[in-house]
Structure formats: C-alpha cells, structure tokens
Design a protein. Structure first.
Ligand SMILES: [Zn+2]
Length: 309
C-alpha cells in the first residue's frame, strides 16, 4: 500500500507544470473562488479578541463570533456545550461548533479545525514569556479564518457533497505528553457524541496551522499509515491546483492532534499541518507570521475537494 500510494503521488507530480499559472494568480482569485484575503481578515478578527483560552471572556466572545458567522453562511449550526473537568479539578466551559452544509446528504466530508488557543507559551525564550498565553494567529485562528471564508465560498456554490465544518475547543489546553493530559478535549467529546446515529463521513481532514507565510506541508504519518487514500486524494488535489511545492511528498513525522480521536472511532481523518513554524507555542505566534497567500492555497484545496466530484 505504501508503494502504491507513493507511485500514485509520483504520477500526480506530472501536473506540476501548472504551477507557473497558479503562482501568477492573485491570492484573492483562486480557481475555486476561495478568498485568502477574507480568510486572513477573519483570522485577524479571532486574534483581536485576545487569546481564546477556555473559560476566559475572550473565548466566550470569539466562540459567539464563530457561531454568528456560521449561522449567516451554513444551513445548520449545532453547538455542543459541555463542562470538562481537568486533571487538577478545574471546570472548563467548552464549546464545539458544527456548521453543516447540505445536512440531508448522506455522502459527507468532515473538516476539523481547533478554535481555542494555548494558555501557556512553553517554547518561549524567557521564563516570563513562558507563562503567557499564545496569541494563536497560526495555531487556532488560521483554521478558523479558512473555515469562515470557506463558508463564503460554499454559500455561493453549494458543495457536491454534504460538508460539516467542526470547530473544536480545548485542543491545546494541557500537555501532549506522553501521556496526553487535557488536550484534544473537544475532538474526543465529538467522537463520543456524533451529530447523528450512524454518522459516517466518507473522509475527514483536520486543518491545523495552515497560515504560515513559509508554508510547507509534509505528510503527517499517523494519517499516512491509517488513511492513505485520504492523504492521496488531498495531495493529488493540491498537485492538480499547482500547489505541489506546498503539499510536499515527505514525511513530517507522527503528530498527536484532533484527528486521532476520530481515527480511533473508525472515521478516516487526516491531519494537514505545517509544524515547522518557529513561533509555535510562543507569544510571537502573531498575524505578521501568517499570510493571505498561504491561506488561499490551503483554502483552494479545501474548496476544490468538496465542490468538484
Ligand atoms: Zn498548539
């Protein structure tokens, strides 16, 4: 299977000839109609609320904002509100937000991004900075910005399949370990509280940290091992659109992220993530580190996957 997939992806490289024309397109004019500049503006709106740390007024406002944006774009919005007790006994109010397009279709695609931001900056240079929350321009807001702009595109051109956009909460709260403690909280909750009995999307994609100015997305290896057909589909679509230089055919290692709880309940979800990002988990994860151009490329792929059959 590994060899077969690699071969398919190599064959897919033939479409790299299209890269020249893609590079000449402006970020606001992707072939699918997805707007990278809108995605950037929406990401900035999230960052402007302040760090979206669960239980804070900023998180309350930012979550309310997402719900308002998606109610204006999607056919149905479901909010999963729950209280999570952390390992040290703290009660966190959390919300997963699920925005559904064409909810009556049984053939569906699930997209996931987390909307919370991290309470501490353990990778910062100084002890004082380590105690600060992460602004989360890339780690949180980039995915939210992409989803809201995707909402614009899907409102204009309804998808060919049903689409569920899941904004998870509490992804980045605690320790990734091992062992993992108080992380992937919203995604675990969703995996245990699916929106309908027998809910079984054909595949899913987690979009995380997709706004880096210097965007480069290798394979995430849990995804490559457990859902190779989804990896192949997404990387092939990116190559077809001329983004083979961004969606590179290299190993990016095994990453613990919101796709794992879904893989564990049999839903083939892959992680599209650029973890090579120097401001990761520092107070320097700010809007100047991400770009409309990067968001446009990823948003173009996300839109093409669900609007073309
Ligand atoms: Zn993070």
């Amino acid at each position: 299977m590994l060899f077969f997939l690699t071969l398919c992806l190599i064959v897919g490289c033939k479409s790299d000839a299209k890269e020249g024309s893609a590079a000449q397109r402006s970020p606001a004019a992707t072939s699918t109609g997805f707007s990278g500049s809108s995605a950037y503006t929406y990401a900035k709106a999230q960052v402007d609320f302040g760090p979206r740390v669960p239980g804070t007024p900023a998180a309350q406002k930012a979550g309310d904002w997402i719900i308002r944006q998606m109610r204006a774009r999607a056919d149905t919005v479901i909010v999963q509100s729950f209280t999570y007790t952390t390992a040290d006994g703290k009660k966190l109010p959390l919300r997963n937000i699920l925005a559904r397009f064409r909810p009556n279709l049984s053939e569906r695609v699930l997209y996931i991004t987390h909307w919370d931001s991290r309470p501490i900056s353990e990778s910062a240079a100084t002890e004082a900075e380590k105690k600060m929350p992460v602004p989360g321009a890339n780690d949180g807001a980039s995915g939210v910005g992409m989803f809201v702009a995707l909402g614009d595109a899907l409102k204009k051109t309804p998808p060919a399949v049903g689409v569920d956009l899941l904004f998870t909460d509490g992804e980045d709260y605690g320790e990734f370990g091992p062992p993992e403690v108080d992380v992937l909280i919203g995604s675990r909750y969703f995996a245990n509280h699916l929106p309908a009995p027998g809910y079984k999307p054909i595949y899913g994609v987690l979009w995380d940290m997709i706004g880096d100015k210097d965007l480069r997305i290798p394979y995430e290896m849990n995804s490559f091992q457990q859902a190779p057909e989804v990896v192949s589909r997404v990387w092939q679509t990116a190559a077809d659109l001329g983004y083979g230089d961004v969606f590179v055919q290299e190993s990016g290692g095994l990453i613990t992220d919101d796709h794992i709880p879904l893989l564990n309940v049999g839903i083939p979800v892959i992680d599209v993530i650029d973890l090579t990002y120097p401001p990761h988990h520092t107070p320097q994860d700010t809007m100047d580190k991400i770009s409309a151009q990067s968001l446009a490329k990823v948003g173009d792929v996300a839109t093409a996957l669900v609007t073309r059959k």
